[in-house]
Each structure stands twice: as C-alpha cells, then as structure tokens.
Design a protein. Structure first.
Length: 532
C-alpha cells in the first residue's frame, strides 16, 4: 500500500515527496517484529523507501515530528538493534549494484558500489565475475545486506587476516538525522564539523585512549579508528544506524589467492587451543582460524567421521585456512601441522576436500537445531564476546564455570584466531524461571569479559542487548564520549534510540523470547536462525 500510514499507528501523515511503501498494522507487521536473534518487538509501522531521496524526506519528517526510526535490512542482526516498538525503516529497496570498476585510484584491484539493500552474495558474485574477491563477507552473506554489514562492522571467518567490513569501505553515502545527504570519502578532507568533533573528543578523553586490546571489535563507536585517522568513514561504519542511515557504499576489492589449503587440528585442552590461536597470527598466509567446541563435536557426532579418527577432540578442533602463492601456502601448511602436536591434524588442498572440512563449520547452526528436539532453544544472549587471544583459555574456563553454576548447556564455536567466540546457551524456555537464569548468566559473562579486557561484540554490534553494559566494558570516560558523538550527530535522539547509548528505562532483555510460540520452536514468518 502506498501513501500515508493509517491512523491506527498514531503517526502523522508522511510527506507528499515520499514515494515508498507503508505497511499498515497489525498482521503485515508480524514479519518485522523478529529477526535472527531471540528478540521480538512489534513495530508501530514499517516504511520501505525507494531511494536516497525517500530516505532524506523521511528523516526530515521524523526530525520535525520527533519520530524515532529503526533501520533494518534483511533482519540477520542478532542483538536486537533491528527490532523495536518504533517505526521500522526497511532499506531493502535500495538494492542497486553498479558494475565493478577495475580502474580505480583507490584500489589496485577494483571497487564496487552498491545500495544499502543489496544482498551480500550479489556483491560477492559481481566481484567474482570480474575475477576479483570480497574477502570480509560474513557467513550470512546469502541473506544479509550491505547496509546491515556496515552498520555492525560485520566480519567473517577470513576476516582474521583481511579485517572486518570497515577495512574495505572506500566511501559511504548516508542521510543524517536532519535529512541531509552526505558522502564520506576515505582520505578526502571532511566538513569542519567533523574536525570540531575530533577536537572535542580529544579534549575529553585521556591519552592514551583506554581501549580493549582485542583483534576485532564491533562494540561502541570506533573512536580508536576515528581518532587515529580523523576519517568519518571509520565512525559511520559500525554505528548501527544511530548517527545516520547508510544508503550506499563503495567497497574495495581484492585479487583472489593463487591457491589454498585447509588444516583441521584436534584440540585436547584449552592450552593447545590458546597456543594454536596465538601462533597462527605470525604465519602470514593464514586467513582463517575457526574453533568448534566440544559440545558441537558431540552434537554433530564428529568423532565418528572417518576423516577425523585419531584426532584428539576432547576440547574440540580448530580449522585453519592458508592462502597465497603455492610456495607460501606449502610452507605455512607445514608450520600449522607442526602446531597440532599430539592433537593430530587432517589436511586438504583440493576443492572438494577443503569444502568437506569447511562444512563442519557451516553446519554449526543446523547441527544445533537438530539436537534441540527436547524443547530447549539456542538463545543467543551472550553470543559475540571477544577477548585478547592470550586470554582465550581463561575465557572458556570462566564460561564453563558460569554455565555449570546455572545448570545450562551451551554450544561454542567461532573465530579462535581473533578471540571471538559465539556462545549459544541451550535453554528450556518452559522452565518457570528461565528468564532469571538468563539474566544471571548475562551479568556474570559481562563481568568475565570486562575483567579479561575484552568487549561484548566482535562482529554483530551491540543492539539493545549489549548497549547498557558499554560503560562497564569501556569505562566512564569512553562511554561519555559515545554520548557526545550521539548527541552531536543526532541531537534529538531519533535514530535507533537505545543502541550504543542506552535508554535508562529500557531493560537489555526486553522482548527476549516474547515471540508467539517461541518456546515451541516457531519464530514466525520469515524469521530464521542463521549461522554466525
């Protein structure tokens, strides 16, 4: 339906210049009430702009009337930043993809420009058709949109060597809270207001900047990168739609490697896990270092796999991928195999064999789903923490103690090389006090991560779940700087309120498990569990 929203949603009429679609309540809003994570909020209404002019018109209207907006792409976000009781702005209509440019001054290989609603797999396919690659895509690339990737500074398995999304962004076009369209170009002098913000932050924050010593991070605003470069692109990426709505971006592309190899290493204890994860950082051709925890090994019955017999899987296994020239890959492969020690290893260097080893990683979420016939749910409320790699063993020991204390099972897997693990607690939501158990586990995990010098989000962002704990993780000075950034760019607080800068009246677990039939296994239409 086009035009103005119905009176039922309580919104004033949209401007005549808005040419997009409006979805009227109640039934049609059901699909936007949930996302890939475990949170559920029915929005007031949903609007789907057609282009940047629509987004600009919408934000001008929202600023005038004080209407809060929640940007959303494909709904693959986990911590509740894409759901809420406000007006959802569905950006999937901005799905244009320009031809790859292979003659670009900004990138020796090439560049690709696309709209925020373009699905990541289209970007990957476009790059590959031109003989190039986009290495930093997350495992949700089949569904997630470019805007969603940039909103949370998404990362994937190969981000271990190639960096998260921010590292590949050359330009960002976004619409500010007052409706202004702004194009940020990396390395190009920015408007005076950005210089003023940089000076204000520098005067407020101590030197050196107190920042977690982690390899990757999508928590808070990227003040470390922004203050180092003075480049607004670094601040825009990862801001989760709280400073402006991204409408288009230009990404740098890379040339694909000459060859690859995959090594699967058995992990007999956490010391071996930490040792392998720390050692591969110095082996340049290593592009991925992925962990499969003990519980995932058990649920997937991986010990019975013929290829894995003889591996010490007491604490799970690590998958390492190396890529580059034939000479470098051969050398790196031998180095990784030596790291395996008595844990054992399996190696593949031809496409079918490598795909088979990677399938153990890709099958993580389906494996969890098949194992939960007893009524438990994989409930991702502590699913994205990252700690310094040399504290990985301490983190896993601490998690085991927390989960055991609260009689909760969990499946753990993720990016060991980055110290970023995905924790999927398996909860019986029929238990009368399951919410109390969730809250106690969450609070204990926040303390554990903060004490180890980590952050709560390595690649999925803060959403409404983790934002209330940013001061505990970053400290009072940095948390206040986050508020300065938010107020400077969104003074009326209309852009994704409660994300990055928490609202005092909102509980972090509000909406958790509130979906109809959540405990029975249904998540509603178009709401799917997807691999991290």
């Amino acid at each position: 339906m086009k035009g103005t929203p119905t009176r039922r949603d309580g919104l004033p009429p949209l401007p005549r210049s808005f040419r997009g679609h409006v979805l009227a309540p109640p039934a049609s809003l059901y699909a936007w009430a949930g996302a890939s994570g475990p949170f559920w909020h029915t929005p007031r209404s949903v609007v789907r702009p057609r282009d940047r002019e629509d987004v600009s018109s919408l934000l001008t209207w929202a600023s005038l009337h004080g209407i809060a907006l929640i940007p959303r792409g494909a709904g693959t976000g986990m911590p509740g930043g894409n759901v809420g009781p406000e007006l959802i702005v569905d950006l999937t209509g901005l799905d244009h993809v320009a031809p790859v440019s292979t003659e670009s001054a900004g990138s020796p290989a090439g560049e690709l420009t696309a709209g925020a609603g373009a699905v990541a797999r289209r970007l990957r396919n476009g790059a590959q058709e031109s003989g190039l690659d986009l290495p930093a895509l997350p495992s949700s690339a089949r569904w997630c949109t470019l805007g969603g990737m940039l909103a949370c500074n998404a990362a994937g398995a190969r981000s271990f060597r190639h960096g998260a999304a921010r590292a590949w962004v050359r330009e960002v076009e976004w619409v500010r809270a007052d409706g202004r369209v702004e194009r940020l170009v990396r390395g190009r002098p920015s408007a005076p207001e950005w210089d003023a913000l940089t000076r204000r932050l520098r005067s407020h924050l101590p030197t050196p900047l107190p920042w977690p010593r982690v390899r990757k991070n999508s928590s808070g605003y990227a003040l470390d990168a922004f203050l180092a470069t003075g480049d607004p692109v670094d601040l825009a990426v990862g801001s989760e739609g709280t400073l402006g709505l991204i409408t288009e971006a230009t990404l740098e592309l890379a040339r694909p490697p000459e060859c690859r190899a995959v090594i699967l290493v058995g992990i007999p204890d956490f010391d071996r896990l930490e040792s392998v994860a720390m050692s591969v950082e110095s082996i340049a051709p290593v592009v991925a270092c992925e962990y499969f925890g003990r519980r995932l090994v058990e649920l997937g019955d991986l010990r019975s796999q013929a290829r894995l017999r003889g591996l010490a899987l007491d604490r799970g296994m690590i998958l390492v991928e190396v890529a580059g020239s034939h000479t470098h890959v051969a050398t790196a492969r031998r180095e990784v195999e030596e790291l395996a020690g008595d844990g054992g290893y399996v190696t593949a260097d031809e496409p079918r064999g490598m795909d088979e080893l990677w399938e153990f990683r890709h099958a993580a979420s389906p494996t969890i789903g098949r194992a939960l016939a007893d009524g438990r749910r994989s409930t991702q409320f502590i699913e994205d923490s990252v700690v310094p790699v040399d504290r990985l063993g301490d983190y896993l020991h601490g998690l085991e103690e927390i989960l055991a204390r609260h009689e909760t099972d969990a499946v753990i897997f993720g990016h060991a090389g980055d110290g970023n693990l995905h924790v999927n607690p398996l909860l019986d939501l029929r238990h009368p006090r399951w919410r109390d158990r969730v809250e106690r586990i969450l609070l204990a995990t926040v303390e554990l991560v903060a004490n180890l010098g980590g952050t709560l989000a390595g690649e999925h962002g803060d959403g409404r779940l983790r934002s209330p704990f940013l001061q505990r993780v970053f400290g009072a000075d940095v948390a206040e700087a986050f508020r300065v950034v938010k107020h400077t760019l969104d003074p009326d607080g209309i852009l994704n309120p409660g994300v990055k800068v928490p609202l005092p009246e909102v509980e972090p677990l509000a909406g958790l498990g509130a979906a109809p039939a959540f405990a029975s296994g249904s998540q509603g239409p178009e709401r799917k569990e997807r691999a991290h």
